[in-house]
Write a protein that binds this ligand. Structure first.
Ligand SMILES: Cc1cc2nc3c(=O)[nH]c(=O)nc-3n(C[C@H](O)[C@H](O)[C@H](O)COP(=O)(O)OP(=O)(O)OC[C@H]3O[C@@H](n4cnc5c(N)ncnc54)[C@H](O)[C@@H]3O)c2cc1C
Ligand SMILES: O=C(O)[C@@H]1CCCCN1
Length: 394
C-alpha cells in the first residue's frame, strides 16, 4: 500500500466515529479543514459507547466547570437541531435524589444555584405529590434541574456525521487503524489504506490504549461493560414523559456504591431504563464473552432499589442491552496533546457522562488540533494529572 501523495495530505485525521470523534470532525469541517474520519466498524454500529436511543443531558454537576461548559453545549445542541432539521432534545427535567448530607448531592445543588440554573429543592411531601411513583426513605431529599432532559443519541450521532459530510468531510468506515507513525506529517495505516495528515485526533473510546501503545503511552483508563436494563411499568405509562416523569439520578441511595439513574419510557413502550453507573472490566474486543471470574452483580442491586424506590415497576429487568464506559481514576475527561507529539491530540476517558458534553469536547479537540488555545480551562482534563499512573508503552 502506498501512502498518498503530498498534495492529498489531510489537515486532520480523526480516529473513531463515536460521538466525540464525529463532533470533532464536524467542527473541523466547519472550519474548512480537510478532514478524514476513520471508523473500524461499518456505521452505524453498537460495539462502542455512543449507540442507543437516549442519553441524559443536564447542567447539574458537582464540578462547576461542567455546569459552565453545559451552557455552551445547550447552544451547540440547538444549532445542530437547526442545521439538521431534527429534534434531538426533549426537556423532561432531572430529579436528583440523595441522602440530605451527601457531599456530592449538596455540591451539585450549590453548583446549580451559583450558576443560576433553573432548579427547585423539594420537600418530602412535594416529592410524593409530584412523583407518586418515587418513594424516598427518611433522611433523603430531592431537587430538580429544570434544564435537563433526554438527548436522542442515535439521531444525534447520525446528524453530526451527515453534517460533517455535507461540510466536505470524508468518512471511511469498516477501516480499522492498525498503525500510527508520528511526525510533522502523521502517517496512519488502516486495514485498507495509508493516509497522512498534519494533525491527528484519537477519539477511540474503549480502544484508546490499544492505539496509544504504538505512540508510547498508556493512559490510566478502565473499560467497563455496562448492562443497560429496562424495567416494565406495572401500569403502562405511569413512568412516561406524558405523565411528566423526569430523568432521575440517585446518589448512593439504598447504600449503593455507585449512582443509579433512569430515563422515562421511550425506547420500548411500557419499559423504563434504570441502570447502575458501573460495571465489570472488559477488553472491548471481547465484550460479549462470559466473565471468567464473577465480578460486580448489579442486577440484584437494581432490583432491590426498584422494589423500594420505584415500586410501580416490576423488579426483574425485561430487556438488557450493553454499552461500554472508559473511566479515568477521577472520572474527568482527557482532552490534551500527546506529551511527546504536539500534533497528536487525545480525547478519552469520558467515564459514562460524555454524550451531553460532546459538542464542547469536539470543539476543544478541533481547536487543539488547529493549534489554537481553547477558551475553556483545560486543567481538569490534562494528562499530566495522572503523572503517577502513566505507563510508557515503549
Ligand atoms: C450505558 C451508557 C449510558 C450512558 N449515559 C449517558 C448519559 O446519560 N449522558 C451522557 O452525557 N453520557 C452518557 N454516557 C456516556 C457517553 O455515551 C459516552 O461518554 C460517549 O458515547 C463516548 O463517546 P466516544 O466517541 O468517546 O466513544 P465510542 O462511542 O466508543 O467511539 C469510539 C469509536 O472509535 C472507534 N475505534 C476504536 N479503535 C479504532 C481503530 N483502531 N480504528 C478505527 N476506529 C476505531 C470505535 O469503533 C468507536 O466507534 C453513557 C454511556 C453508556 C455506555
Ligand atoms: O451523564 C449522565 O447524565 C448520566 C448520569 C448517570 C450515569 C450515566 N450518565
Amino acid at each position: 500500500m502506498a501512502a498518498q501523495s503530498g498534495s492529498s495530505v489531510y489537515d486532520c485525521i480523526v480516529i473513531g466515529a463515536g460521538i466525540q470523534g464525529s463532533f470533532t470532525a464536524y467542527h473541523l469541517s466547519k472550519h474548512k479543514r480537510r478532514t478524514l474520519l476513520l471508523e473500524q466498524f461499518p456505521l452505524p454500529h453498537s460495539r462502542g459507547s455512543s449507540h442507543g436511543q437516549t442519553r441524559i443531558t443536564r447542567k447539574a454537576y458537582p464540578q462547576e466547570f461542567y455546569t459552565k461548559m453545559m451552557a455552551e453545549c445547550y447552544q451547540l445542541w440547538a444549532e445542530l437541531e437547526t442545521e439538521s432539521n431534527t429534534t434531538l432534545y426533549r426537556q423532561t427535567g432531572l430529579l436528583l435524589l440523595g441522602p440530605e448530607e451527601n457531599p456530592e448531592f449538596c455540591s451539585t445543588w450549590r453548583s446549580l444555584v451559583q450558576n443560576q440554573v433553573p432548579c427547585q429543592y423539594l420537600m418530602a411531601q412535594e416529592i410524593q405529590q409530584r412523583f407518586p411513583g418515587v418513594c424516598l426513605q427518611p433522611g433523603e431529599a430531592a431537587f430538580i434541574d429544570h434544564t435537563a432532559g433526554v438527548l436522542y443519541a442515535d439521531k444525534a450521532l447520525r446528524a453530526v456525521q451527515d453534517l460533517f459530510c455535507h461540510f466536505g468531510g470524508t468518512i471511511r468506515d469498516g477501516e480499522k487503524v492498525v498503525d500510527i507513525k508520528p511526525g510533522s506529517v502523521v502517517t496512519v495505516t488502516t486495514t485498507s489504506g495509508i493516509y497522512q495528515a498534519k494533525s491527528l485526533v484519537v477519539a477511540a473510546g474503549p480502544w484508546t490504549n490499544k492505539l496509544m501503545a504504538s505512540l508510547g503511552l498508556q493512559l490510566p483508563l478502565q473499560t467497563l461493560k455496562i448492562n443497560v436494563c429496562y424495567w416494565k411499568e406495572k401500569v403502562p405509562g405511569s413512568y412516561g414523559v406524558p405523565q411528566n416523569f423526569p430523568c432521575f439520578l440517585g446518589f448512593h441511595l439504598n447504600k449503593a456504591q455507585h449512582h443509579i439513574y433512569g430515563l422515562p419510557s421511550k425506547e420500548y413502550p411500557g419499559l423504563i431504563k434504570v441502570c447502575y453507573h458501573h460495571g465489570n472490566e472488559v477488553d472491548p474486543d471481547e465484550r460479549d464473552r462470559e466473565a471468567k471470574t464473577p465480578g460486580l452483580q448489579e442486577i440484584p442491586i437494581l432490583s432491590d432499589f426498584i422494589s423500594k424506590y420505584l415500586p410501580g415497576l416490576e423488579a426483574e429487568p425485561a430487556v438488557i442491552e450493553h454499552c461500554m464506559y472508559t473511566n479515568t481514576p477521577d472520572e474527568n475527561f482527557i482532552l490534551d496533546r500527546h506529551p511527546s507529539f504536539q500534533n497528536i491530540i487525545v480525547g478519552a476517558g469520558f467515564s459514562g457522562h460524555g454524550f451531553k458534553l460532546s459538542p464542547m469536547v469536539g470543539k476543544i479537540l478541533c481547536e487543539l488540533s488547529m493549534g489554537k488555545a481553547p477558551d475553556c480551562d483545560l486543567q481538569p482534563f490534562r494528562i499530566q494529572r495522572f503523572q503517577n499512573h502513566l505507563k510508557s508503552a515503549l
